[in-house]
Design a protein around this ligand. Structure first.
Ligand SMILES: NC(=O)c1ccc[n+]([C@@H]2O[C@H](COP(=O)([O-])OP(=O)(O)OC[C@H]3O[C@@H](n4cnc5c(N)ncnc54)[C@H](OP(=O)(O)O)[C@@H]3O)[C@@H](O)[C@H]2O)c1
Length: 367
């Protein structure tokens, strides 16, 4: 865990495993599987002891409880300065107030100020737009985030759960006008959710954004504790709780789980460790935001980077989980390009060392 990557095209050093805290607190959204402050503290402490520095929360999690609890835990641990404290805003904090949600300047500034109060700090290291609100002009968002940087309320800006065209527009606008860049895009990414590969990975590499991946084990699905039954699935955890979030689990997911189970057994690792390792070592991924319900889960998952997935095992995982990207993305494969774009040459025909200076969030190019 004592390995840090630069986040996007920035000088910010972040752990390759981030601690997600949307289950800290027992109120509001996510309360069904929330943890009290007493339960959250050993999880948080374990993460710090392991050398982790990237903490993820949002104003919306457990109706602000996640931030309040986190603020107290950080204070008790005396760890504020060494942490890369991240929060987000977009979702409503007061359904009766039209400006208590969305990405307009009025809400974002007020949301950051409220997050700072709840967290008991005077700056966030990183603030993300939680999601696209489909209304606010991207220019307004980029200027608002830049103003927050200039005001010293946030150190860096980023995005979460926005369309790729929107992220590209935001980054290009910021670059053209000398405004604070978007150093990260936080997105769902796991062996059962590979949709982002169509657009976001090459966007992030081209525009200098490090991807941060949320729900790397599908909220517990890839831990192996759920089993397919005739009518649905068995197992105990967030996904079988009455308020289970997320999407339906389909036959393809079960096939991925089966292959993952085989690979994990071959490697002598837990399924969750292999699933997290796979995400952490995918192109453009800077950090993986993991969640845990207790310190034992976290402890085990923190071992996810202590080994390498051998090439053959990786191929089995890649094939079982391959996303069906559809058109026009089917035209961007090496095979299609070798037929149509540069027949007889193939994509791999460039001389060694010719690759453009892509920064994938891992290491800066040396040449
Ligand atoms: N930007 C966004 O829109 C967005 C959206 C979602 C999440 N996030 C961030 O990402 C973080 C992580 O998301 P996530 O909690 O869905 O991630 P995850 O790592 O895929 O799932 C974590 C959950 O899986 C179960 N689990 C973890 N390790 C396990 C193990 N070793 N064995 C068995 N079960 C295990 C636990 O739930 P149970 O014990 O209840 O089964 C745990 O709470 C969140 O806290 C949040 O900070 C961001």
């Amino acid at each position: 865990m004592n390995q840090y990557y630069l986040l996007g095209r920035s000088g910010l050093r972040v752990s390759r495993l981030a601690l997600g805290t949307m289950n800290f607190g027992v109120d509001g959204f996510h309360a069904a599987y929330g943890r009290t402050e007493e339960e959250a503290e050993p999880i948080f402490r374990r993460y710090l002891e392991a050398g982790g520095n990237l903490i993820d929360t949002a104003d919306f999690y457990t109706a602000g409880e996640s931030e309040r609890i986190l603020g107290r835990l950080i204070d008790r641990a005396g760890a504020r300065d060494r942490l890369v404290l991240t929060s987000k805003a977009t979702n409503t904090t007061d359904p009766t107030d039209p400006n208590a949600s969305g990405n307009g300047r009025k809400h974002i500034v007020r949301a950051v100020e409220a997050s700072l109060r709840r967290l008991g700090t005077d700056y966030l290291d990183l603030h993300l737009l939680h999601t696209w609100d489909r209304i606010t002009p991207v220019e307004e968002v980029v200027h608002t985030l830049d103003d927050l940087v200039r005001a010293g309320k946030i150190r860096y800006a980023g995005l979460s759960d926005v369309p790729a065209w929107y992220a590209a527009r935001a980054q290009s606008y910021a670059e053209a006008h000398g405004l604070a860049p978007m150093i990260t895009v936080q997105l769902p990414y796991s062996l059962v959710t590979r949709d982002i590969e169509a657009e976001y990975v090459s966007m992030a590499q081209t525009l200098g954004m490090g991807l941060t991946a949320w729900s790397p084990i599908g909220g517990g699905l890839l831990s192996g504790k759920y089993r397919r039954t005739g009518e649905g699935m068995s197992g105990t955890g967030r996904l079988t709780s009455p308020d289970a979030p997320g999407r339906e689990i389909n036959p393809r997911d079960w096939r991925v789980i089966e292959v993952l189970e085989g690979v994990a057994a071959d490697l002598g690792r837990s399924m969750a460790q292999v699933a997290i390792n796979w995400v952490a070592t995918q192109p453009a991924v800077a950090s993986v935001v993991i969640g845990a319900s207790n310190p034992e889960q976290l402890d085990s998952n923190l071992g996810a980077l202590d080994f390498e997935i051998p090439a053959d095992a990786r191929r089995r995982l890649d094939e079982a989980s391959a996303p069906q990207l559809g058109m026009p993305y089917g035209m961007f494969t090496p095979q299609y390009q070798s037929w149509v774009v540069s027949p007889g040459l193939g994509i791999g025909d460039k001389p060694a060392g010719y690759a453009p200076p892509v920064f994938n969030g891992a290491t800066r190019p040396t040449g």
